[in-house]
Design a protein around this ligand. Sequence first.
Ligand SMILES: *Cc1c(COP(=O)(O)O)cnc(C)c1O
Length: 361
Amino acid sequence: MHDTIRPQPGILDIALYEGGKAHLAGVSNALKLSSNENPFGPGDRAKEVFGKTVHTLHRYPGTDHAALRQAIGDVHWLDPERIICGVGSDEIITFLCQAYAGPKDEVVFTEHGFLMYRISALAVGATPVEVAERERMTDVDAILRACTKRTKLVFIANPNNPTGTMISPAEMERLAAGLPPQAILVIDGAYAEYVEGYDGGSGLATGRDNVFMTRTFSKIYGLGGLRIGWGYGPKHIIDVLNRIRGPFNLSTTQLEVAEAAVRDQEWVNKCRSENARMRHWLAEALAEVGVPSDTSMANFVLARFASVEEAEACDGFLQSQGLIVRRVAAYKLPHCLRITVGDEAGCRRIAHAVGQFKGLK
Ligand SMILES: *Cc1c(COP(=O)(O)O)cnc(C)c1O
């Protein structure tokens, strides 16, 4: 820390976010199953548009994101006027904290909730409030008990990362209805597309003035490297967030590729069903070798080990086999490893290696 030049309170309490490891020393063809990426990448239409945008790179992008918001609105049956687009949903989370929370305010999230909620709360000087889960499940009553006059934001990922579990729409509605009047419920739908027939919380955000939904192109759309996300909610919140959004926060490439991607729901459906098939297969294969997991609704499985030591040893063995999974000690799950559902070959490889580690294959 510098002697006299100091950042705002809270900033130095932020622990640097560590992304899923991408490389292993000395291994050239490592399989990365550590960041919940779509093993198939984006669809062909999105890739085609990406190439075309090279011809307009000298032009500034549009500032109102109208075409992308219209496309999202068409596909999800939502009012484009109530949509905002950002540099990943991370930026939407940042906007929400900047706009609604500050020193002495509280930002609530759950025990095994996404790390960005804490980081974004601390970045604006707000107080992060972490609420216990019940057996790796969001506990609505515990959250309601934790709320105070100072609570401004409540972040719930549904399905949650890294647990993969989710609560019902009825439970979510009970949470929204029970919040103090100054608080906003933010439903993070990063994995919503993986749940067949689930609206990600948009229905609740349509009907209530205290519910906001965030979504991303980083997961099922296979565009994590391009950084595009969006939010949907009541007009009064969209109006506030648009005031702090930089006019050129998204590039032409981001805007046009995302528009092509969201209009290609055939690709999304294909990825959803393939994920469901392989997730089921992987969870069963792991259970067979003595590694249980909760039923996951997302594109990863949270593998539970008997102890922290066993989880660490398994991670070490997997790395020796060129396999990268995610340690989740930072999510208070040191005895677990989060494994992204890969393609069929990837799932077979990881299941085989875990079996070898357990001495069963
Ligand atoms: C991956 C993820 C996101 C997406 O972040 P982006 O900034 O859109 O890439 C958001 N929330 C959760 C819970 C996630 O796991």
